[in-house]
Design a protein. Structure first.
Lengths: 218, 218, 218, 218
DNA sequence: AATGAATGAGATTTCATTCAT
DNA sequence: AATGAATGAAATCTCATTCAT
């Protein structure tokens, strides 16, 4: 007995085709410049058909981000859980995130570029949903840092601040790679990012410090 | 003999008023949702009048970013030039950038959020202009890093990569501050960022390394 | 030998089910706001199936009005034919019409409200068909009046004019009853309508007149 | 010092032009079949311009009905107030209403045909507003009847019921005239309507009655 | 130089109808 | 014969831009 009927499976296939087309168009033009007409053409469905799958343009956009983000977060969690120790987890996280976006360049553009833009779109509601995904991600990273603190793998710093730092570091590099015309492997940049970040947060072995301590600074 | 006639000066004043209004509206709504009508009302000019100063909506937006970015870069250059040594310059850069955006929150939203979005807007032309500003900034940062390398203040790494890293680090933190509802001083976060970044890029004093070396990785 | 085969009978049953559903939906939303999708759901058939019974939405609408109107007219004719004398026939007509619509509120909304709207819908064709039903009804009423004139039961007046008057009188009261939220029996209003109309058209017994005579007025 | 500036006057002129065009189109096609495009063409403005005067199609439609209804009611009130005695007022009312619609045929179609249709349009709100105008009218007529009752000009009947009766009577005749292709003067039909209605409601001079009394019937 | 009313291209969305299964 | 997914025409509304005053 199949979990899904043939109809349901076909429905999901078509839905996915639309989403892929939408991902292409949205990533190329941004939400506002993208038109349903273009997504229709790209997905080889009629315009009206799109509305049998998504109730509006914003719903399509938003579903796209939400579902793909889940995929990303699931992937990261799964990869990271395979290793132990905060340092190893951080390394793994960086590599996994790069690996994911190396395969999902279009989605990266949508994910990062529109992240903050959402607050104006269709009220707090949609913005809120996407932002929540982002916050979930930050919290996930912060948790890793916190564990590292507990086991004295990292020096004393604000986990959330470090999570933002790492995320910014990563996104900036990914963004550069995504935008750049000539592309080597994104993953090749993992080691240097890992090195920068881990040196940045690990316990000082020389005792030297470059500013006021975290405790004083907040 | 005045450099600018009274007329010219008045023209500049009115132009600046429009830009300030535009900054408010664009930062609150984003480029597409912002309307010329609203900018007109905000600036207390008629809609048609805006077109005596800027030839289109996109031109206004773009002029805004370009000119304000110049201001930012000038400010950063001036501040950084006051100190010597790459490490000091980096500290100074971080503090200066935070100081600038603490005073120009609205502009930050425009600067960062729309940075990459530009490639779709009105063709390569405009996107190119804004991107160029961003590239100029990256080059400026990369130059500081490179100087640090030359004087062995930093370990062996790709200056441009490090420049992207620093910029991402900074923007991520600023973004968090800008978005967050309850705001302390942004500058208070400078020390920890400085520490993370400088530890990350300075010469190892323990010889320990966290990944393959930079040389191997590119 | 049956007049209709089983197949034909089943066809008629399904057709009637659709019409009943359509009556509900059309009366609730009006022609334009009603959708084939809703009628389909209401009738528990698929959308496509409706088109096996009616060739278009407008055809369904129109068939509904036409057939139900026939039903109404048949009912009125049958009732009225049971009595003799124009005065009695008028009383009977009023009561019968009220009785019919008391049982067919939904249809009344369609019948009266859209009556005149028809001329724009899908050209003269459809409008014509419905209007013809209405004209038939008016003629039927006018014929009763005319008989009353012949037998000197009514004063000298234009039969058609009187027929319009009576119809307007009736519809206005029925409309009020249909629209009103709290409903007693519609038939309870028959006596006063009968009295108003019959006084209005019967031969004056006092010779008093309230305007120029009919003969002068047209 | 003029009450209205030139600009305001010109604005009103253009607004009125749009309304007249809208009246033509709405009366010819009904609300749904009428398009903003056609109203634009008819009024010789661009489509977008209509939206400088009315915020939506429904708002235009509704403004049209509301303002023209006010005009009608004002006219009726003014005319009726010129005479004294309920009987005279009724005569005057019938003549005035006919006179008004003889000059405003297009509006009649809108006023009567869409009266009840409104409940489905855009929720209770708009339907409510138009219905209220109609109720106001009914109340106005009912008040005249009530005064007639007080002075014993009419026999004992329910004023509101009589008001509905008169309104139905009138509208039916006007509707016939409006729809009919060859038109004499509508006002020529006033005398016979007056006679029917007044005979119908005035005190019986022969004592004969045609049904149960009003008192029993409600 | 400033105005703001007019413009119309262009986007989203609905829904009657068709047709392959 | 019944289905309901796909279609695409058509309608409303927005807003950058123009231009007569």
């Amino acid at each position: 007995m199949p979990k899904f009927t043939r109809k349901e499976r076909e429905y999901q296939v078509r839905r996915a085709e639309i989403m892929t087309a939408a991902e292409r168009v949205f990533s190329a033009k941004g939400f506002h410049k993208a038109t349903m007409g273009e997504i229709a053409k790209e997905s080889e469905f009629a315009e009206g058909t799109l509305y049998n799958f998504f109730k509006s343009k914003i719903d399509l956009y938003h579903s796209l981000i939400e579902e793909k983000s889940e995929e990303l977060l699931d992937y990261l969690r799964k990869q990271v859980s395979k290793t132990g120790g905060a340092v190893e987890k951080v390394k793994c996280l960086i590599r996994a995130q790069m690996a994911f976006f190396e395969k999902n360049r279009n989605f990266f553009k949508i994910f990062v570029r529109e992240r903050d833009s959402f607050e104006w779109m269709a009220g707090k509601d949609v913005g809120g949903r996407v932002n929540k995904v982002y916050q979930t991600h930050i919290d996930f990273v912060a948790r890793i840092i916190k564990d590292g603190l507990k086991h004295s793998e990292f020096r004393n710093l604000n986990p959330k601040e470090a999570a933002y730092a790492l995320t910014g570091l990563l996104n900036s590099s990914i963004s550069r790679w995504v935008t750049s015309p000539r592309r080597g492997r994104l993953l090749a940049q993992a080691p240097s990012l890992i090195e920068i970040f881990l040196r940045g947060v690990q316990k000082s072995r020389g005792g030297k410090s470059y500013g006021r301590r975290f405790e004083e600074s907040v």
